[in-house]
Ligand binder design. Sequence first.
Ligand code: ADP
Ligand code: MG
Length: 697
Amino acid sequence: MSHTSEKTPAELFATPVQFLKGVGPQHAELLAKLDLHTARDVIFFFPRDYQDLTDLTDVSELSEESLVRVHGTVVELDQRNTSSGGTMLGALVRCTGGNIRALWFNQPFMVRRLPPGQELLLSGKAKWRGGIWEMVHPDVKWIDSDDTDARGKVLPVYPLTEALSQPAIRRIVAGVVETLVGHLDEVFPAEFLEAHNLAPIREAVEQIHNPANRESLARARRRFVYQELLVMQLALAIKRHTQHELRRAPPLAATAKIDARIRRLFPFELTPGQNKMIDEIAADMAREHPMNRLLQGDVGSGKTAVAVYALLLAIAHGQQAALMAPTELLARQHAGTIEGFLTASRVRWGLLTGALSPAERRDTLAKIAAGELDLVVGTQAIVQADVEFAKLGLVVIDEQHKFGVRQRASLKQAGLDPHYLVMTATPIPRTVAMTMFGDLDVSTLRDAPPGRQTVHTYLATPEQREKWWDFFRRKLREGRQGYVVVPLVESSEDAAATSIDQSYESLANGPLEAFRLALVHGRMSAAEKATVMDDFRRGATQVLVSTTVVEVGVDVPNATLLAIESGQCFGLAQLHQLRGRISRGAYPGYCCVFAEPISPESQKRLESFARSTDGFELAEIDFLLRGPGDLLGTRQHGMPPLRIADPVADAAVLEEARRDAQQLVAADPGLAHPEHERLRRMVLVRYGQVLDLGDVG
Ligand code: ADP
Ligand code: MG
C-alpha cells in the first residue's frame, strides 16, 4: 500500500482489497465472494478455527495411553479388507522424533483426504504395536501451510469457500493487520476495558489472527465476543426502551372487582402457575406504557386461560381486544374455547378470518370500527390494512410453536398503542430468550393444570409394527381415538419417508381396515379441514391421518393414541408438540414413533424424545443438537447473524453483556453521551434498520 501517510485512518480502512499489498485482481475476486471488499473487512474477517502447533509431543517421548498431539507428514498409505468384511486404512506419518501409523476402519473415503505429502495434526491415544506407535481414529486437522516451520505456532483457519488457499489468505490478512493495526481506534474507554477485563482493540486484532498462544487467543476472542454481544444487547435494550418507555398505552389495572368478575367465568380454579402469569401480565397492563410480553409454556400448560384473562381485563376497561392465531383452524378452536368461557357474560365477540364472505367481512369490520365488538378472534386477517379498531387495548398473538415473534403485527389504531402479549408453546432456552427476544419480557408457565395425563412414548423397530397396531386397535375398540402423523414430503425428496396418501391407503386397507378413518392435510381448504376436525371431535371419525396440521393446538381429549411415521423427518420441538395432542383427557396417552433409516443425530433426537416429556429439557437438548444458528433462525427474524459469539458456549459473556447494556441504556437511553458515540454508531450500523431504531439516530 502506497501513500499510507497521506490518508486518514477512515480512508485507509476503506481501501478496496485489490489495492492491498499482495492482492491481485484474481485474489480480489475471490475475496469479494467472501464478502471481503475493503481493508476493514479483511481485518475483521475472523478465523473459524485454529491449528494449535504448540505443545506438540515428540514421538520419541510418547507413552502408552496418554492423550497426545503430534505433527507430521503422510508418507504412504495401505488399504486392506479385514477378516470381518470391513476395510482398514493405514497411514504412515513421519513426525518429529519418529513415525506414527494412523488407522481408520471402514472409512475408505479417508484415502482421498490423506495424499502423501499432506501435513497433519493428529490427536488421540497412541499404542505401541508391532514395533511402531499406532493411533486408531485419531482426531485430524489438515495443515495447509507453506510455512516451513509452523511448529510452535497457532495457525488461524479462515472460513474459505473458494479457490483461495489458507496460506494465501493468511498472508493477505497478516499484511493488512501489520499495516493498519496501528490506526485502529478503541471503542471503549480505558477504564471500561480494565473493568471488564477486555483486551484493547489493537492487541485483540493481532492476537485473533496470529495468536502467541492459547491464552492470548482466548483473551482476544473474548473481547470480540463481548463487543458483538454488547452491541446486540444495546440494540435490543434501545428497542425495548423506544417501544416501552417512549410509547403510551391505556393503563388497565386488575382491580379486585374486575378480577373477581373474570375468575367467575372459568369452570376451574386457576393454577398457582397461571396466577403468577396473570400477576405479571396485570402488572404490565396497569402501566401507561405498552406491555410487550412473551408467555411461554408447554403445550397444554394452560396458556389460553391466561390469555383469556388478559383479554377480559382489557374489555372490562371498555377497551377492545384481539386474539390472533396462526391458522384458521386454531382461530376457530380459540373461538370455541372462548365461547365456552363467555356463556355467562355480555362480551360481544366476533370471528375475523380469511374464510368470511365479503358481506360478513364488511359487517364485521364496521362493527370493529364502531366499537360494537369487544373481542375479535381471528387470523392474520386481523392485521389487514382495512381493519380499524375503535379503541384497541390489547393484542394477544398465539404463535404456537413458531419463533416468528419478531414479525409483530402492526395494528392500525389512532392514539394510544395497545398492549401486546405473545404466546409460544416452544419453550425457549434462556440463551435464546436473551438474544432473539431480548426486547420482550418473558413469563414462563411451568406447571401443567391438574389431571394432565402421562404419555408413554416408544421408539419402535419395524418388527414391532404389528404389535403396535394390535394395541392401537384394542384401544380404539375401548372407545379411544387416535392420530397417525406423516411428514409433509414430496415422495421423491426422501425415499425413506412415507407420503400421506400412501399411508392413508395402506392403513385403510390394512391394520385399521375395520375403523372409521379420515384424512387431513395442508392442501385442503379451511372449510374441508373444519368439517373433518369437527367429525373427529364428535367421535364420528376414530382415526385422523394427517400431516402436521394437528400439531397446532387441536384439542380432543378422547384422542390418546399417536403413531408418527418417518419420525426422522421431525424436529424435537415438533415431535413434542404432536405428543401434546394426546395428554389432554382422562386416559393416559400412547405415542409410537417409527423411523428408518436413521442417522446418529436423528437417533439421539428420537431417544431424547422417548425418554423425556419435559418440554424445557427437550428444548435445551434440541438447542444443543442443532446448534444455535438453526434454532435462532436469525434469517427468519431478520437479525444479522452473529459473527464470532456463540450464545451457548459464550452464555456467561452474554449475561454480562446484557447486564451492561441495560445499565448503559438506563443511564443514557439514546447513547447520546460523547463517550458512547462510537458504540451508538456500531449499534445503528448493525441493527438500526432491522430493529427499526430510526429515532435513536
Ligand atoms: P395451552 O394453550 O397452554 O396449550 P390450554 O390453555 O389450551 O393450554 O389448556 C389445556 C387444557 O387444560 C384445556 O382443556 C383447558 O381447559 C384446561 N385447563 C386450563 N387451565 C386449567 C386449570 N387451571 N384447571 C383445569 N384445567 C385447566
Ligand atoms: Mg393452546
